[in-house]
Design a protein around this ligand. Structure first.
Ligand code: X8Z
Ligand code: ZN
Length: 576
């Protein structure tokens, strides 16, 4: 038992202990994620279990300190401590190890998932299956690949049911209604108020999404015929160029108007100039350095995983790490030389630069202002990857052509706007699961009800409860909260607009880049350094001058496309 009679001393000790447990857990998790086998699975589960138990004990002790004895920073620490992990286990060590093992096992199943489509010589992994979804226009091939991948969820189902039960009991021990309420408590407002906040933001962007959806449906109907694509109803999810229909930009060639100038193809340009995986990361680092931030430490280049190893199973889903919570920064990614991965390396380095900027704060403040900020930083930089920027750094030559504004915006909207309802659905579903509003016999049914309601998509074939389709998404299998990405997709445009302004860049938002702007870099740096020390409206104000999240930047960015889409939709039904 640590003494709680001196709050300052209690938090100093608690943070010391947590740091040690967290580093142990990170190291074990890194080894597991880059070399999946039964031993690493066991070691990482045990380290996570110890971290959960320590966190649980300290969180309980912190609540026993009378509120009147806590200074403002200490009461913030006490609040953050209770919800510092996305998973808490019951304090019984057996159950704590069990839930840690369940999550490691589900994540491992997902990472090792494979399917051999009809005619393939060998089973393909998710990356290879995803390429088929992006490139093929044969609906039978698309359905086969889609159905094949979704089998990965099946074996997880019993594990998932048990994990929900154990995780909820852990969250309840520290006073949350359930794990979903614990996740929603991380936004400096009541969990219910946060749910309303998300609805408010969705209402701002929904009409635009519906417009994009209607246009996409009309074009897909022309491609695949009225038997497959209804005039008024939802779009079959396997036709949208992505396993979860969360990002439709691979359909750009199909959806761009005939007379349009698509301009350059970033994938081709990168391949032509023989860009290496390390080279991709160097480009992203150079952007941050142009803003006045420091280059990444040598250990980043030595310890990161940039490519899929040939001889072992790894978690390929991209992630950014700070193993010692100071500057042992790393990314883990199976980089391919594509425009999509070019964006993803910027996304990941956004996490690393954030981690480094807050690395000097007390441990409990070493986090984003909220997790949507964390996800938005690298994407904000990605919005500055414009044709003018690519020309400036020599990737694009004047001969390649920058393309027209409309096609550029359409591609961006298919990448970012299509994502919004998916970003919302994953945790709307999980919040209901954790609260008990839906039970195991309704998991898959409710998943599709929500996906139909928000995204306007349907599965290629009827689904039933022998399937577990949510488990075919990494963040569900690995217990990673998802609402952060919805927030980030709105925030990044708010950030982009504000940073362009501080950089003194005028003109349309989609053409502007903050590359090389020390002033934008200062604002960004000042925000990152705040970590989670202050409530997020303070961080938002530092970055943008505003204190509430809103979609004005997003709507402004896409305004010309929005007008054009509404014109194209004239005479066609909108909605489903
Ligand atoms: O998981 C990610 C990042 C790592 S934090 C690559 N993203 C979400 C996803 O892939 O589903 C980025 C956008 C949404
Ligand atoms: Zn991320």
């Amino acid at each position: 038992m640590q003494s709680t009679s001196d709050p300052a001393r209690f938090f100093r000790r608690a943070e010391e202990e947590l740091l040690e447990l967290s580093i142990d857990s990170q190291r074990a998790d890194w080894i597991y994620s880059t070399y999946i086998n039964p031993d690493t699975e066991e070691l990482s589960s045990r380290a996570l279990s110890r971290l959960m138990q320590g966190t649980m004990r300290l969180a309980k002790e912190a609540t026993s300190i009378p509120v009147s004895r806590l200074g403002p920073e200490e009461s913030r620490k006490a609040r953050l401590l209770r919800a510092s992990l996305p998973l808490l286990a019951p304090s019984d060590p057996k159950e704590s190890e069990e839930v840690a093992r369940l999550v490691a096992s589900m994540q491992g199943r997902y990472a090792k998932g494979k399917y051999a489509p009809a005619g393939a010589k060998e089973p393909l992994d998710l990356q290879a299956l995803s390429h088929i979804l992006e490139e093929s226009r044969d609906p039978r091939v698309l359905a086969d690949v889609w159905i094949g991948w979704h089998r990965v969820g099946r074996e997880m189902r019993p594990e998932f049911e048990r994990y929900v039960d154990l995780a909820n009991r852990g969250a309840r021990e520290v006073g949350f209604a359930d794990t979903g309420a614990m996740w929603r408590s991380r936004y400096d407002m009541e969990p219910d108020a946060f749910a309303r906040e998300v609805d408010r933001l969705w209402a701002q962007v929904r009409p635009f999404y519906e417009s994009l959806h209607a246009y996409t449906r009309t074009r897909l109907r022309a491609t695949y015929g009225p038997e497959l694509v209804p005039e008024k109803g939802p779009i079959p999810a396997h036709l949208l160029g992505n396993m979860w229909a969360q990002q439709w930009d691979s359909l750009t060639p199909l959806l761009a108007p005939e007379a349009s100038d698509p301009g350059y193809d970033l994938t081709k340009l990168l391949v032509q100039r023989a860009t290496t995986p390390t080279g991709m990361v160097r480009f992203a680092e150079a952007f941050f350095v142009s803003l006045g931030l420091d280059p990444l430490p040598p250990t980043f280049w030595e310890r990161s995983m940039f490519v899929r190893p040939r001889d072992r199973e790894v978690v390929c889903h991209a992630s950014a790490w700070d193993v010692d919570f100071v500057d042992d920064l790393r990314i883990k990614m199976c980089i391919e030389i594509t425009g999509e991965d070019f964006a993803t390396v910027h996304h990941e380095l956004g996490h690393n630069y954030y981690q480094r900027a807050y690395g000097g704060l007390p441990l409990l403040f070493r986090d984003g202002a909220h997790d949507g900020f964390h996800e938005a930083i690298g994407d904000t930089i990605g919005l500055s990857v414009t044709p003018a920027y690519l020309t400036q750094i020599g990737i694009l030559s004047s001969a390649d052509g920058a393309g027209d504004d409309l096609t550029f915006l359409l591609r961006r909207a298919l990448e970012k706007i299509s994502f919004l309802p998916f970003g919302l659905v994953v945790d709307r579903w999980r919040w209901e699961v954790f609260s008990g509003a839906i039970g195991p016999k309704d998991y898959t049914r409710r998943w599709w009800e929500l996906r139909r309601q928000y995204q306007g998509v349907t599965p290629p074939v009827p689904r039933d409860e022998t399937e577990f389709d949510p488990g075919a998404k990494m963040h569900v299998a690995a217990n990673v909260p998802y609402m952060r990405y919805f927030l980030a997709h709105i925030l990044q445009f708010q950030f982009h607009r504000a940073l362009l302004q501080s950089a003194g860049v005028a003109g349309p938002l989609h053409r502007g880049s903050i590359y090389g702007s020390k002033e934008a870099g200062r604002r960004l740096g000042a925000t990152l350094e705040m970590g989670a020390r202050k409530e997020w409206p303070d961080a938002l104000e530092t970055l943008t001058g505003e204190r509430s999240m809103n979609a004005a930047g997003l709507l402004d960015y896409f305004a010309p496309l929005r007008r054009w889409l509404d014109e194209q939709n004239r005479g066609h039904p909108v909605g489903w």
